[in-house]
Structure formats: structure tokens, C-alpha cells
Ligand binder design. Structure first.
Ligand SMILES: [Zn+2]
Length: 112
């Protein structure tokens, strides 16, 4: 510790006992716990696979909703009345949201 009460820059704090120790140590000299090493690999970051899958699922869901709520399934009619608001605005909005998420996932995939 320096006189201001703050730890020096080359010190690190033990995550187990909270005492300050030298930054290069791999093991805490007070409690003997190993210092966890921070992984800086790129595999842990988002690679967009999750976003692409979710976006495609939203687009498929919007297509199914639009198909049944819009009356395109003529022999099979839904027993409930669907408001035109659903086919006019909500299912295209869901489709566009899924498309946007897929594009975002592809962007993350290219970037990583
Ligand atoms: Zn410790």
C-alpha cells in the first residue's frame, strides 16, 4: 500500500481472502489458494451462432402465425377469430425482428 491507502499498480487482490499480494504470484501467500487465470481467448465471446438460430426461429414462428392467422390454410380454419392487427402488423414485425437478429448474428460471426 502507498501512503494514500490505495494499492500499488503491480499488486493484485486475492479473490478468496481479500489481501493484497504481488501481481506476478500464481498462489496467494496468505491463504494458499491458486489465483484464477483470466482466459482471454476469443472462443468465449459471442460468435453469433446463438443469435442466428434465434433469429431464424423467430422468422419461422412469424411465418407460421401469418399463415394460420391470415386464412391461407383454407381447409383448416382456426376456431377463434384473429384480429387483423396480428396479420397486418405483429407477424411482419416479428419476422423483421428475426431477420434483424439473424443479420446481427451474421455480423458477429464475421467479426469474430
Ligand atoms: Zn488469499
Amino acid at each position: 500500500m502507498n501512503p494514500l491507502g490505495k494499492p500499488a499498480a503491480d499488486k493484485q487482490r486475492c479473490v478468496f481472502c481479500g489481501k493484497y499480494m504481488a501481481g506476478h504470484l500464481k498462489q496467494c501467500p496468505f491463504c494458499r489458494e491458486a489465483v484464477p487465470q483470466v482466459q482471454l481467448s476469443r472462443r468465449t465471446g459471442p460468435d453469433g451462432r446463438h443469435q442466428i438460430r434465434r433469429g431464424l426461429l423467430y422468422m419461422l414462428l412469424a411465418g407460421v402465425i401469418h399463415y394460420f392467422a391470415g386464412g391461407y390454410s383454407m381447409p383448416f380454419q382456426l376456431p377463434v377469430l384473429i384480429l387483423p392487427l396480428v396479420t397486418d402488423y405483429l407477424s411482419p414485425l416479428l419476422f423483421l425482428g428475426g431477420l434483424g437478429m439473424t443479420i446481427y448474428g451474421l455480423f458477429l460471426r464475421i467479426k469474430s
